[in-house]
Write a protein that binds this ligand. Structure first.
Ligand code: SF4
Ligand code: SF4
Length: 190
């Protein structure tokens, strides 16, 4: 842990794109902003920072703006953006690296909030087969998360009424539960 943090501190003076290239082996500066990644992103309509915006902010070395980028924290890691990129940029992996950089940078402070957020998100999907945002917010707060201020602007999703205020279970819920059980069994066995 100590040496990991040290390496981040050591590299903090480097441009963000260089740091990410060291972590992923991919050069974010190759992105030519065609937007194909965002066109396929399932979260693009719910976020103000879509995958191609994230790539642009990386190229412009704007780590501070990325700290508050909702798209970074609402990303589902589905990798659709990566599979659509005609240029081999891998926005999904880039976002992974960014979350790692930001978690190390805040010395674990935001990291706990982010973990609480993801745990709450997955709990909602497991129980209802979809995101139930009031449940997400309550679960997040109970899990120790300081509301969304540090993590995301998700309430805008609520305001636009894109998602219901009450949980509606989806068809195939049993299948979703089986997937979670299989994942849990794998983790136990690891
Ligand atoms: S990451 Fe790829 S798909 Fe997205 S804007 Fe850049 S070049 Fe286009
Ligand atoms: S991995 Fe994240 S950014 Fe990429 S398409 Fe999926 S949700 Fe969108």
């Amino acid at each position: 842990m100590g040496s990991h943090e040290h390496s981040h501190e050591h590299s903090a003076a480097q441009p963000l794109a260089t740091r990410i290239q060291h972590m992923t082996g991919l050069n974010p500066l190759k992105c030519y902003q065609c937007g194909k990644c965002s066109a396929g992103c399932p979260m693009a309509t719910e976020t103000t920072t879509r995958p191609h915006d994230v790539m642009r902010l990386v190229a412009r070395d704007q780590l501070d703006r990325l700290t508050d980028a909702d798209g970074l924290w609402l990303c589902l890691t589905c990798e659709t953006c990566t599979s659509r990129c005609p240029n081999g940029c891998d926005p999904a992996r880039t976002m992974d690296a960014l979350r790692e950089i930001l978690a190390a940078r805040t010395n674990g402070k935001n990291h706990n909030a982010i973990r609480a957020f993801h745990r709450s998100f997955l709990t909602q999907v497991r129980n209802h087969g979809r995101l139930f945002e009031m449940g997400l917010i309550m679960s997040y707060k109970l899990g120790g998360g300081p509301m969304f201020a540090d993590v995301t602007t998700t309430p805008s999703v609520l305001a636009r009424g894109k998602l219901g205020l009450a949980p509606h279970n989806v068809k195939g819920l049993e299948e979703i539960r089986r997937i979670f059980e299989a994942c849990a069994a794998q983790e136990d066995g690891a």
